[in-house]
Design a protein around this ligand. Structure first.
Ligand SMILES: [Zn+2]
Length: 345
């Protein structure tokens, strides 16, 4: 693609703000407004897009290797983030997924980094190559630099003291520093007493799941809200039939969101749920945690977690605000910005 596609759209959500009948520039780096101060000149006859455009509706926690991602029914998702699989198997999985869903953007972590013998190395669902044991800071450096070179979007770390050993504080800090040096957000699966607090203290950027092991104190939640993104994954506890875990996670997430923390919608697709689409139970669970309206749309777009993509979500032109988006989610379709001009000119 040479330059941005400049188009006049019925409605768009740009940087969290709704604009109507707006001139926008669409490029590999998302949707930008074209205005008097803009570097992009207004064309004499811009394309008209009789639709509403949003940044990509995102599921920030999927495992393509465990899902029916290549199944061809239309999806309302425009972007997914794979949080753990064999890196050698990922290119074929991503290719099959995007062949079935041409508008979809797929980001990946690659393997789970974990303490040697740690979770999920003992799980039947995890192929051996999906798990990389990290015993030292130099192991961490090697693994994280390899992920950066492979084009990963994030680094995934397992910190599950209920299912095996976890890195000690010094190694955890070294992993966080290495991810920061590589420019990759560090996403941790924190499970077991005290692990969410350890992740926060070490500088982990993102929790792959809302913490559910224990009720976190208001002080910890407030500190987390300043520094972290939490990926929701509340409905997995419903699927597990664990009402107590669901209640603890819902309470933690409600306070995190109320304190201004960045919430990202995530389903843990592949864990008890297979279809690549928005999960109504996850949406309902987020609402029960008080994440609704504009906050729910923010969670669905995950703009504080991932950079603007080469894809957008397309909705009917009458969708003119956050409430209208939530009412029309099942009509959202992923579209690659590259194809918009051809599809809609
Ligand atoms: Zn997962």
């Amino acid at each position: 693609m040479t330059g941005p596609v400049v188009a006049r759209v019925a409605h768009a959500r740009v940087a969290g703000t709704w604009v109507a009948d707006a001139l926008v520039a669409l490029s590999e780096t998302g949707i930008a407004l074209v205005d008097a101060g803009s570097a992009t000149p207004e064309p004499t006859a811009p394309i008209r897009i009789d639709a509403t455009l949003l940044p990509p509706i995102t599921d920030a926690h999927v495992h393509l290797g465990l899902a029916d991602a290549a199944e061809g029914r239309p999806t309302t998702l425009a972007r997914v983030l794979d949080l753990g699989w064999d890196p050698a198997a990922l290119p074929a999985l991503v290719a099959a997924t995007t062949a079935a869903h041409p508008g979809l953007d797929v980001g990946v972590a690659g393997p789970f980094l974990t303490a040697p013998g740690g979770y999920p190395s003992d799980r039947a669902w995890a192929p051996p190559a999906a798990v990389v044991g990290v015993a030292t800071a130099s192991d961490a450096a090697r693994a994280i630099r390899a992920r950066a070179a492979a084009g990963a979007s994030v680094v995934k770390l397992a910190l599950n003291s209920e299912a095996g050993p976890v890195p000690d504080d010094a190694l955890l800090a070294a992993i966080a520093a290495e991810a920061r040096a590589a420019g990759l957000p560090l996403v941790a699966h924190a499970q077991g007493a005290g692990q969410a607090e350890r992740a926060l203290a070490a500088g982990v950027d993102v929790l792959a799941h809302t913490p559910w092991t224990e009720r976190l104190s208001d002080a910890v939640v407030a500190a987390a809200a300043k520094r972290q993104t939490w990926i929701s994954t509340l409905a997995m506890h419903e699927r597990d039939g664990d009402a107590a875990a669901l209640a603890r996670a819902t309470d933690n997430l409600a306070r995190f969101a109320a304190a201004g923390g960045a919430v990202a919608y995530g389903s843990d697709l592949g864990n008890g749920i297979g279809r690549l689409d928005l999960d109504p139970r996850e949406l309902a669970a987020l609402r029960r945690a008080g994440v609704d309206g504009g906050a729910l749309v923010d969670a669905l777009l995950a703009e504080r977690l991932l950079p603007p993509g080469p894809t957008v979500s397309l909705l009917p032109p009458g969708v003119d605000g956050d409430a209208a988006v939530l009412a029309a989610l099942d009509r959202a379709r992923p579209t690659h910005i590259r194809s918009i001009a051809q599809e809609l000119a």
